[in-house]
Design a protein around this ligand. Structure first.
Ligand SMILES: Cc1ncc(COP(=O)(O)O)c(C=O)c1O
Length: 368
């Protein structure tokens, strides 16, 4: 049995009628950029996230950048980000004109470690970007306490965490702004690039809206120079249809993760994801660790099982951040995990039989 890493076609087949109708409506109304379908999605997604305001933007990287700029973070400021994430998290800091400061992750949850954040705070620190990596909430209560103590802003990178929660509270109950990606493979994915910025602060929402739309006050009156990053009508309409299925898809992901946990936990040489009890992990990715990761991935590939690595080079070890002068010893956990982590197939349409097949091959490999 072949098990793909993701299967966007299977998801599309289950909702193709309503999606086709939604796209046809946008074209019929020529509501191509922003417009009523985007506004409808913004209202629905704000409600889904428990936030007061939502702004649809061009993609998740822009969402982070726009949030930072709306908060007034820029040149001369430092922003603390985790050592293990996708480059967009740190890239947005540089795009905003600020300096990237990496902090090490927690060895169990792989999320940014608040104690390591505390160690990196300087008089120039203006913000923290906790990433809810793989769909598991970062320790927002501790991070927000730390931020309050030092007068820092918190922008959450929620690109992998649509619908995640902390002890029953939505992510939007914490911090200043939230940035989401709707890249097609995300838990809530568009059919192209899209993203969103959320906040509970009306002033920040207005600022972000202007920033994402040429610093506009009215059509040709601009208060400042900014950027063009607006959600397309077609993406808004598609996301609206898909949002109606998100809870059910998330529950399937969580069920699939529980099956993996149960079957893989006793396998020697494999470490299953460490979670925080009472938090809602939405399993954008199901990431195990193995000391023999590359050979395991190659073995699975041979057996028809696709896997991924998120991410194979920890951010401070990338060529892009050579200028910061770090060595892998500065981030021992992230640097070790980059060669141990392996993302297994994870999506709502995955069947128990598919998971059992993946696990059987992992067990065969580990017993050799
Ligand atoms: C953690 C994280 N942050 C930010 C992004 C950026 O999102 P986008 O690809 O929509 O720009 C992604 C997704 O690619 C991501 O996984």
């Amino acid at each position: 049995m072949r098990v793909p890493f993701v299967d966007l076609k299977a998801q599309y087949q289950s909702i193709s009628g309503p999606i086709q109708d939604a796209i046809a409506r946008v074209i019929g109304d020529t509501a191509f950029i922003r417009g009523k379908y985007v506004e409808e999605f913004e209202a629905n997604f704000a409600g889904f996230c428990g936030a007061k305001f939502c702004l649809g933007v061009g993609n998740g990287t822009d969402a982070l950048f726009i949030a930072l700029r709306a908060l007034g973070i820029g040149q001369g400021d430092e922003v603390i980000v985790p050592a293990n994430s996708f480059i967009a998290t740190s890239e947005a800091v540089t795009m905003a004109g600020a300096r990237v400061v990496f902090a090490e992750v927690d060895p169990i949850t792989y999320n940014i470690d608040p104690a390591q954040i505390a160690a990196k705070i300087t008089p120039r620190t203006k913000g923290i970007i906790p990433v809810h990596l793989y769909g598991q909430p970062a320790d927002l209560p501790t991070i927000c306490d730390l931020a309050a103590k030092h007068g820092l802003k918190v922008v959450q990178d929620c690109a992998q965490a649509h619908g995640a929660a902390i002890q029953g509270k939505p992510l939007a109950a914490y911090g200043d702004m939230l940035a989401f990606s709707f890249y097609p493979g995300k838990n809530l994915g568009a059919y192209g690039d899209a993203g969103a910025v959320l906040t509970n602060d009306a002033g920040l929402a207005d600022r972000a809206k202007m920033f994402a739309n040429h610093g506009r006050i009215s059509k040709y009156d601009h208060e400042f120079e900014a950027v063009n990053s607006r959600m397309d009508g077609i993406q808004g309409a598609i996301l609206n249809v898909k949002l109606g299925h998100l809870d059910e898809w998330t529950e399937s992901r969580r069920r699939n993760a529980a099956i993996y946990d149960e079957l893989l936990h006793p396998v020697p040489g494999i470490t299953t994801p460490g979670t925080v009890s009472g938090n809602r992990h939405v399993y954008h990715l199901y990431v195990i660790r193995s000391g023999n990761r590359d050979a395991l991935a190659a073995y699975l590939k041979e057996k028809g099982i696709d896997t991924g690595v998120h991410y194979p080079i920890a951010l401070p070890n990338l060529m892009a951040y050579k200028y910061l002068g770090h060595s892998p010893a500065d981030f021992p956990i992230s640097s070790r995990y980059q060669s141990e982590i392996l993302s297994l197939p994870m999506y709502a349409e995955l069947t128990r039989e598919m998971i059992e097949t993946v696990v059987r091959h992992i067990k065969d490999f580990c017993s050799k």
